[in-house]
Design a protein around this ligand. Structure first.
Ligand SMILES: [Mg+2]
Length: 193
């Protein structure tokens, strides 16, 4: 018998998806943390419906002099602590620190970090999604063999501006979190929360 599939996991991008993407694409202080509208209540609703969350974030150059850990740490911990307080815990937080030019197998759109977390388990493609704001998030979903949902927040910097060489991948577009909740509700383990 094959191993049971991992079900009802949402792989969430952070910047541009949970919090707004700043113009310089780097959240390195608390005053750059701004949550997307209704993201906390929407994720809490998805949690009550039975979804579980894994954060997958590229933090280019983290740990180098231009982006030392202590500048990343404070806003990052604030984001996670706030969400947990709102009823949104994460099963895992997967952060990659490579730069695009490294083309590292752990850096989105490559699935290395997620595959390591899965440790040989398979994802159920009918109940797992990647939710992000960039083409690289959509390609991560493709590389994992699951669906892609894209949120476009009008007040976030357009992350795709950074890597225009990445072609589009199939994704379902949204402009707000409550619409994502309604999209995912029919596939949830519990139909009401
Ligand atoms: Mg993003």
């Amino acid at each position: 018998m094959s191993a049971p599939h991992v079900r009802h996991i949402l792989f969430l991008d952070r910047d541009g998806t949970i919090v707004r993407e700043p113009e310089d694409f780097r959240i390195d202080s608390l005053d750059k943390v701004e949550f997307l509208p209704q993201v906390a209540e929407s994720l809490a609703e998805l949690y009550r419906l039975g979804y579980r969350f894994v954060l997958v974030s590229n933090q280019d150059g983290l740990g180098t002099p231009e982006f030392p850990y202590f500048r990343f740490d404070r806003p990052h911990r604030f984001i996670l602590t706030y969400l947990e307080w709102r009823g949104v815990p994460f099963e895992a937080v997967l952060i990659d620190y490579h730069k695009p030019e490294d083309q590292h197998p752990d850096r989105k759109p490559n699935p290395g970090l997620v595959r390591r977390w899965l440790a040989g388990r398979e994802l159920d493609p009918s109940t797992c999604w990647v939710i992000g704001d960039r083409r690289t998030d959509a390609w991560l979903a493709y590389n994992l063999g699951i669906g892609s949902l894209t949120i476009r927040d009008p007040h976030s910097a357009d992350g795709d501006r950074r890597s225009p060489e990445v072609p589009p991948a199939a994704t379902v577009p949204f402009t707000d979190w409550p619409a994502i909740v309604e999209y995912l509700r029919p596939y949830a383990p519990h139909q009401s929360a």
